[in-house]
Design a protein around this ligand. Structure first.
Ligand code: DX5
Ligand code: ZN
Length: 218
């Protein structure tokens, strides 16, 4: 089953509760929260206080994508703020296995993320312990970037590994996923579809969410 994980990075922050409600009416079932620190990625967004505020206005699961240098230091705070899933980048975790365990110990679903330049094979050892693997289809830092087609092979390879290893982690994709690219990511095996600019923007999140999911199911 494919799910729309709408990224609030592209929403109107002054009306965040309304934007989330509209995306939910549009069929979105996961709130994707892009946390950026200005170090790992060249942009700064928001942190636990925003997660806590969002927690109060929706019952949907909160999927926190941490694009930060030292995720271990903030995992307890995200848990306390109400995060349901935490994804950490392979590239910043010197002790990836420990960090994923720390997320699980705090009662959240652990996910691991790889940048476009990072190979799937670097994850083999941790695949049995993750709830999801997030394949970046742009270099992280900004919404509205162009989808990188070679990421499709990484999703397909993950689906193959999942089968071979008899696991059941979910495959998530993030970056440049829009009405014109969503069909190809679903075909490659992605199930949690992150979309920001395709949802929030002209047309409104309700209508855009519906047409996005229609395109995903075509
Ligand atoms: C990029 C973020 C994405 C971003 C996606 O660093 O991780 O979640 O918001 O935005 P779009 O869908 O516009 O590419
Ligand atoms: Zn993201």
């Amino acid at each position: 089953m494919v799910e729309l994980a709408f990224s609030i990075l592209a929403a109107d922050f002054a009306h965040l509760a309304d934007e989330i409600a509209a995306a939910e009416r549009g069929g979105g079932t996961i709130v994707h929260v892009d946390v950026m620190d200005g170090h790992f990625v060249p942009n700064i967004t928001f942190g636990p206080p925003v997660v806590k505020a969002v927690r109060k206005v929706t019952k949907l699961p909160l999927d926190c994508h941490l694009m930060i240098e030292n995720p271990d230091a903030f995992i307890p705070e995200f848990a306390a703020a109400g995060a349901d899933m935490i994804s950490v980048h392979q590239e910043v975790c010197r002790h990836l296995h420990r960090t994923l365990q720390l997320i699980a110990d705090h009662g959240m679903k652990p996910g691991v993320v790889i940048n476009p330049g990072t190979p799937v094979d670097s994850l083999i050892e941790v695949l049995p312990m993750v709830h999801h693997v997030l394949v970046m289809s742009v270099n992280p830092g900004f919404g509205g970037q162009k989808f990188l087609p070679f990421s499709l092979e990484k999703m397909a390879y993950l689906a193959e590994l999942r089968h071979e290893m008899e696991l059941n982690f979910r495959i998530e994709v993030d970056g440049g996923v829009a009405h014109d690219t969503v069909g190809s990511v679903v075909e490659a095996g992605a199930e949690m579809l992150v979309a920001g600019s395709a949802i929030f923007g002209p047309g409104g999140a309700e209508a855009n969410g519906k047409s996005f999911l229609e395109a995903a199911r075509e």
